[in-house]
Ligand binder design. Structure first.
Ligand code: ASP
Length: 438
């Protein structure tokens, strides 16, 4: 049995969190490969080391005094070292970093130091060897991971070691310079390692006991999702439920390695397991989760006998393409269709878009409806059960929620409704209360 254990920023926020990590690692001998994020925040008032590093970069750029920010980082690391009685001469590495700080330092190098220093401390504390991500995680110049080279380097390291702590979030380019991933990228590092080491499980330790069926700010005490498929999670995350970096799914998906989202503060609570496919699905919940996003605009295009006109949808879509605007949905009727986009993306150009659509499609009418929320009800079980959408629409009707748009993904694992922003919370609660078995 082999597990990759990735700990997020809040799990390594201070010495006390380090102790929890050690307990978790020591309680299961299959947890041999550890990835850490940079020390993050334990409470809302706290700072994330990575944020401070990005801020230092901005201060350097505009020649503003960055020392107070650097002091915060120093204090954080030194207090962890002191409380845990560690030997690693982190003062020297911090002093060197400070002496090298100047406008020309690469952003990627600077912000990667959060993970680097956190991993150094953690390695000593766990008694595991430290391995620098720059010597293992290899990028090609196009920014993609070079799996072959990464595997080669990993195998080389593992010839003499059977465990390690590695910083997440970065790797190196072919010329050896450091390249970071996008924010939250340590999740991806863990996933790459799980794939290359053929792990049985990728554990992602964070500060929540898994994924909830709905946003707890909207639904009171929502139930936890025990098992979810990668595709369901993708639908939910796209619509705003965020626990894991989206890109962390792809490396493990092909190998069908489950991801377990767990809580460093409450390991006993268990979490959510993400898998490719669920055999013998015995969940009694028809839906897996509900998520949504506000502020969409619907551009509705009407034209009599449109159904006979070839190319009209393409011409309308081309207008959006010309403005480099990404499209969310295209629900259609017989003599009309709508194009759903993010309001923020179109707000500065909407008059130009409407005018271009009029030229390109010669419609009878174009209408723009703003303040729309999209709410996605996700559930792999929905495909097999008739009447689910009927029930969903009935519930919204009973709650006097006006549905402005309906869409469904082709794999039928979700139903999306568009409602007015003012009905956003009400819609999520209504769906939750009528579908979720308590
Ligand atoms: N430390 C980085 C960030 O804050 C990466 C991570 O935490 O995964 O985005």
């Amino acid at each position: 049995m082999l597990k990759i254990a990735k700990f997020g920023g809040s799990s390594v926020a201070n010495a006390n969190q380090f102790k929890k990590v050690k307990k978790i690692i020591q309680s299961d001998s299959s947890r041999r490969f550890v990835v850490v994020s940079a020390s993050g925040r334990e409470s809302k008032e706290d700072n994330k080391v990575t944020d401070l590093l990005y801020l230092i970069e901005a201060h350097l750029k505009y020649s503003v005094d960055y020392i107070p920010l650097f002091e915060l980082i120093k204090e954080r690391f030194l207090s962890i070292k002191k409380e845990l009685h560690l030997q690693y001469p982190i003062e020297e590495d911090l002093a060197q970093l400070q002496s090298e700080l100047r406008k020309s330092m690469s952003t990627d190098y600077l912000v990667s130091r959060g993970e680097f220093l956190t991993a150094k401390l953690m390695a000593e504390y766990l008694g595991f060897p430290f391995v620098d991500a720059k010597d293992i995680i290899s990028f090609r110049y196009d920014g993609k991971i070079d799996y072959d080279l990464t595997k080669l380097r990993l195998d080389h390291f593992l010839k003499n070691h059977d465990c390690f702590v590695m910083p997440g979030f970065y790797g190196s380019l072919p010329d050896g310079t450091i390249k970071t991933m996008s924010r939250g990228g340590s999740d991806i590092t863990g996933s790459i390692l799980a794939r290359l080491l053929d792990a049985d499980m990728y554990e992602n330790w964070t500060d929540v006991s898994g994924i909830l069926m709905a946003d707890p700010r909207i639904v009171k005490n929502p139930k936890r999702i025990h098992t979810i498929t990668y595709s369901e999670l993708r639908e939910l995350s796209y619509m705003g439920a965020s626990v894991l970096h989206e890109e962390a799914i792809f490396p493990v998906k092909e190998k069908n390695i489950p991801i377990n989202i767990l809580n460093t503060n409450h390991p006993e609570e268990g979490g959510t397991i993400i898998v490719d496919e669920i055999k013998n699905d015995d969940s009694d919940q028809i839906i897996t989760g509900i998520a949504g996003k506000k502020n969409f605009s619907v551009v509705a295009i009407y034209k009599n006998h449109m159904s006979d006109e070839i190319g009209i949808v393409r011409r309308a879509l081309e207008v959006f393409e010309n403005y480099r605007i990404s499209i969310e949905h295209v629900p259609s009727g017989i003599d009309s269709f709508s194009i759903v986009v993010n309001t923020d993306d179109v707000k500065d150009v909407i008059y130009d878009i409407v005018s271009d659509i009029k030229k390109a499609c010669n419609p009878d009418k174009v209408k723009v409806i703003d303040h729309i929320s999209l709410i996605s009800t996700v559930g792999r079980q929905m495909i097999y059960r008739p009447g689910i959408s009927g029930k969903l629409f009935a519930v919204l009707g009973k709650n006097e929620i006006n549905i402005r748009m309906i869409a469904q993904g082709s794999d039928e694992i979700n139903i999306i409704v568009g409602v007015e922003n003012k009905d956003f919370e009400k819609t999520i609660s209504a769906i939750y209360n009528s579908f979720v078995i308590q």
